[in-house]
Design a protein around this ligand. Structure first.
Ligand code: HEM
Ligand code: HEM
Length: 320
């Protein structure tokens, strides 16, 4: 069988610590996304009309005596924790691994940090403006892109990233376009879902449901192409299997969401029906997981099909 990886250079510094921290950022972000989705699903977005404090306090009593206050306030706290972890990671890479970490990983870390900041400001401004559709849709969509950025960073910090060499016998660039198309269509799918959710638009929801088939079709071709042509690259098969499984689960869950959601949309009454709120929030979380996996697949396809030699980073170059 063709070997597609090389051992990391013995001189290469271990990036295991930063990699673990990147995974930590992703875990904190998953918790933030779940709490954000629950905040929306229970109609708790305006539990506190102010920001950055909540009712003018750091820890208001209602944040542990009411469901709405708990979800919104702990969503803010989870976001702050995620942001601080991301900042620590960027600083660690910048100063602890100066000149030894790949320039592109460093750039991803700082871009990710800026995106989290923007995400927080959009969330806060949304509250100050009584959660208009524009800020809520932007906030819901950007959340998934921020998440995908940190998945890319975690990937860039792995040994697999460093050791993946261009696949022999495969034309450079194979499978890239369809992998990127799957990511773009996934973002469109999220925007449609978010408009349906925040504007309570039946038109957007049905377009979202129909568009799911387009996403499924394109993502399936992207994974089939990755497995068929690049299957020798370690990890491609597992990633593809997860994507197809989660896609099927998500589409089935979408019909459940359609059946159980409150026809009035995000209303404060939803707080009385936590089971429904949780079901819908899982649809949002799985959506985020799919964006993350499709972005990781695209990154891995790019890495495995880069041009050998000139201009393409090899094992050592990845550390610049
Ligand atoms: C790491 C940063 C953050 C992430 C990843 C994040 C993520 C999310 C997500 C995924 C949702 C649910 C969107 C949906 O289901 O459509 C949400 C809702 C919300 N977030 Fe954040 N958020 C972050 C920071 C903040 C901050 C700092 C605030 C400050 C107030 C905030 C306020 C809100 C509010 C009010 C909602 C409910 C919006 C609505 O229902 O209209 N978020 N967030
Ligand atoms: C590719 C498959 C799908 C993905 C990735 C996906 C993803 C999402 C995401 C991310 C959201 C929330 C957007 C946000 O607010 O940030 C959403 C909302 C929604 N999705 Fe999907 N979805 C898929 C398929 C479906 C299908 C097939 C249906 C229905 C048959 C469906 C029904 C809904 C509904 C009703 C909402 C709004 C929930 C609410 O009212 O709060 N989805 N979807």
């Amino acid at each position: 069988m063709t070997s597609t990886t090389a051992s990391p250079s013995p001189a290469a510094p271990s990036l295991r610590g930063p990699f673990r921290l990147a995974v930590g950022v992703m875990v904190a972000m998953a918790a933030t996304v779940l709490k954000g989705a629950l905040t929306t699903s229970t109609g708790s977005g305006m539990a506190y009309p102010d920001w950055p404090l909540s009712n003018g306090q750091v820890m208001p009593e209602t944040s542990y005596t009411t469901v709405a206050g708990f979800l919104e306030h702990f969503h803010r706290l989870a976001a702050a924790t995620t942001g601080l972890l991301a900042l620590a990671l960027a600083l660690w890479l910048q100063f602890g691994f100066a000149g030894r970490v790949a320039g592109r990983a460093l750039a991803t870390a700082w871009i990710g940090g800026c995106l989290i900041l923007a995400q927080g400001v959009i969330g806060g401004v949304g509250v100050l403006k009584n959660t208009p559709v524009l800020t809520s849709v932007t906030h819901g969509t950007l959340a998934q892109l921020v998440f995908a950025t940190f998945a890319l960073l975690a990937y860039q910090l792995t040994d697999r990233y460093r050791t993946t060499v261009p696949l022999p016998g495969v034309a450079p660039g194979t499978g890239r376009r369809i992998a990127v198309a799957a990511v773009v269509l996934m973002v469109v799918q999220t925007v449609l879902g978010a408009i349906g959710r925040h504007a309570n638009s039946g038109h957007a929801i049905w377009t979202h449901a129909g568009h799911a088939l387009v996403v499924f079709f394109v993502a399936t071709i992207a994974t089939a192409m990755a497995v068929g042509k690049l299957g020798a690259a370690p990890g491609i098969r597992t990633l593809s299997r997860w994507i197809v499984t989660l896609l099927m689960t998500q589409i089935a869950l979408g019909f459940v969401v359609l059946a159980v959601r409150n026809p009035k949309g995000k209303s404060e009454d939803n707080v009385d029906n936590l089971g429904v709120a949780f079901t819908i929030s899982m649809h949002v979380v799985i959506g985020a997981a799919l964006t993350v996996l499709l972005a990781t697949l695209a990154a891995h396809v790019f890495r495995s099909t880069r041009r050998a030699g000139g201009g393409a980073p090899g094992v050592e170059e990845a550390f610049r």
